[in-house]
Design a protein around this ligand. Structure first.
Ligand SMILES: Nc1ncnc2c1ncn2[C@@H]1O[C@H](COP(=O)(O)OP(=O)(O)OP(=O)(O)O)[C@@H](O)[C@H]1O
Length: 235
């Protein structure tokens, strides 16, 4: 579904990603691991086409076609969606009105209940939400958008241990179920804590460092390696 080849990306003249190669097949869920500032969020933002990231070299293929020249809106229409690390507040837009605006009212109650957000549906987006509530709504928002390629930037950070289960199950369900047109989805999830790995059966993990993919392999094995030996290449 997603193929990234030799991707180098800069902000102004500063390189933030270098020679990234990553293949995410249809139906798979991969995780990105790596220290602060290693380029994980930059990679997700570049896939979606967010500013200020500038592709210096390489290409991003979605369903075999290059998308790096397409504007963000066109990539979203192709079915690429991102749950942001730090989403903004939006006064005057309730969760219910957002769901109506994207034609997802029919699924709102069920999906909101799964993430324990039923009581929030009349509130303005993220206004006065706690840190964990913001992250749960961010996951729900992406689920409601029903993308084919789901990108999650630290979806469980700040989420309490009970609700991490709900977040993990919502991600697993969204990635492993077909979209509304019956097409297979894929997911890419950034995690520091690894908690999400207990609830999402990830197919592959990639360790990023200094803007590069250092190593790829089995998610549980790589996470265990990081806990003992840090972000290094396993022997
Ligand atoms: N808009 C920007 N302007 C300047 N520098 C930026 C910008 N966005 C990212 N960077 C820099 O690019 C590097 C990679 O940042 P990025 O957010 O991708 O890291 P990350 O791996 O997601 O980190 P974390 O785990 O802390 O979220 C960092 O050094 C960061 O300061």
């Amino acid at each position: 579904m997603l193929e990234i080849r030799n991707l180098t990306v800069a902000i102004d003249d500063v390189e933030v990603l270098a020679d990234i190669d990553l293949t995410l097949p249809e139906g798979e869920l991969h995780v990105l691991l790596g220290p602060n500032g290693s380029g994980k969020s930059s990679l997700l933002a570049t896939i979606l086409g967010l500013p200020p990231y500038r592709i210096v070299a390489g290409e991003i293929l979605f369903d075999g076609a290059p998308i790096q020249s397409l504007p963000l809106e066109a990539r979203a229409r192709l079915g690429i969606g991102l749950a942001y690390q730090r989403p903004p507040s939006l006064e005057g837009v309730t969760l219910r009105s957002f769901a109506a605006a994207i034609g997802a009212e029919d699924r709102l109650e069920t999906e909101a209940a799964a993430l324990d957000l039923t009581a929030f549906l009349g509130r303005d987006m993220n206004v006065g939400f706690s840190g964990g509530e913001i992250k749960r709504w961010e996951v729900l928002k992406l689920v409601l958008q029903d993308p084919r390629l789901l990108l999650f930037d630290e979806p469980e950070s700040g989420v309490d241990l009970e609700h991490v289960i709900a977040v993990g199950e919502a991600i697993a369900h969204a990635v492993r179920s077909p979209d509304r047109e019956g097409r297979t989805c894929s997911g890419l999830v950034i995690t520091h804590t690894g908690l999400i790995l207990n609830h999402v059966k990830a197919d592959r993990a990639h360790i990023m460092k200094d803007g590069r993919i250092l190593h790829s392999g089995d998610p549980q094995a790589l996470f265990a390696h990081i806990q003992t030996d840090g972000y290094s290449v396993p022997a």
